[in-house]
Design a protein around this ligand. Structure first.
Ligand code: ATP
Length: 309
């Protein structure tokens, strides 16, 4: 009955991950440290293949993504239970399932409260060339203003507006931002959802997006949460009402749909962030595998999130 902690010793400020190692060792975990980028994937795959009953990722969202991919590569998502000890800079997924810190994460593990959560699957391609292998994602796939925006974003704005803060601050700095020409389709018949020029496309599995009246994303509904922010050349991104206009309170610049699968074609290769990993591609297909993984969740996690008053 092996329980394995797959640990990225370089996550976050490292202190949390050192503490996690102590706690895990005391509880009889087999602790395996990664030695290079990508190694947490291999360690998780090997642990699952060897029959571990539980594989826990210790790190940030990037580490958790690799661990889930590793267990999926071993074809063991049905057999191996998963967990997370949040020791990264960003721990969005852990936060979303009610896991708030290293010590508490071990209480959650001991509680054994397991849920079947959706796993996002994504496949990318570049026009006629070969298609990348399908891989899982847990939080989101984002196209458009992504990594380059985060460094400049004012933290207060970020807290208040989430991802829209990135859009605003980047648009303020990058007057020349070239819009994304996108064709977005969904459903078994690939029905048209949206076509036009966007600044950002967000596809979420376990991630909340701007303007949502919920504390957490729904990770059991078998649906992808899709938000498209339209490029609006007439907006003064520095003006006070710009966020409201982008958030679509007038209902025009923001498109939001929940769909089981999605196909996106850009007019040329663009940057996509797949759970934080950047690739430049022209085509993306995403789908939700409902209830595909067994995950240990915290006491505040609810399958259907409450609406905020
Ligand atoms: N031993 C290692 N040395 C260098 N890089 C590693 C090692 N182990 C894992 N990685 C890489 O670290 C990245 C994941 O980092 P992780 O998410 O755990 O921490 P973080 O960057 O602090 O937090 P977050 O991603 O949540 O902001 C992955 O790209 C992974 O390949």
């Amino acid at each position: 009955m092996t329980r394995v902690l797959v640990r990225n010793p370089h996550s976050g400020d490292r202190r949390q991950s050192v503490r996690a190692k102590e706690l895990a060792t005391r509880r009889g975990f087999d602790v395996r440290d990664s030695t290079a980028p990508g190694n947490t994937l291999t360690l998780a795959r090997e642990a699952a293949e060897a029959g571990a009953v539980l594989v826990v990722a210790c790190g940030g969202d990037g580490t958790l993504n690799e661990v889930v991919r590793g267990v999926d590569e071993a074809d063991c998502l049905d057999e191996t239970c998963l967990g997370v000890v949040p020791a990264g800079t960003g721990n969005d997924f852990a936060d979303n399932v009610g896991i708030t810190g290293v010590e508490q994460a071990f209480d959650v593990i001991e509680s054994g409260r397991e849920r079947r959560l959706d796993v996002g699957m994504v496949q990318t391609a570049n026009g006629d060339e070969t298609t990348d292998p399908t891989r899982p994602f847990l939080n989101s796939c984002v196209c458009g203003l992504t990594a380059e925006a985060s460094a400049r974003t004012n933290p207060d704005l970020k807290k208040r507006l989430g991802i829209v803060a990135y859009v605003l601050s980047t648009m303020q700095h990058t007057r020349q931002f070239e819009g994304l020409q996108l064709d977005v389709r969904a459903g078994p018949n690939r029905d048209p959802v949206w076509q036009g020029e966007a600044v950002m496309l967000l596809v979420g599995n376990g991630r909340r997006f701007p303007g949502e009246q919920q504390r957490q994303a729904n990770i059991e509904d078998g649906l992808l949460n899709v938000v498209i922010i339209e490029r609006v050349p007439t907006i003064d991104y520095l003006s006070k009402g710009a966020a409201d206009r982008l958030l679509g309170r007038d209902g025009t610049h923001l498109t939001r749909v929940k769909v089981p699968n999605l196909v996106v074609d850009a007019s040329k290769p663009r940057q996509f962030s797949l759970d934080g990993e950047m690739v430049e591609r022209r085509h993306l297909e995403a789908s939700s595998r409902q209830g595909a993984m067994r995950f240990l969740v915290g006491p505040t996690y609810t399958p259907v999130p409450d609406e905020l008053a």
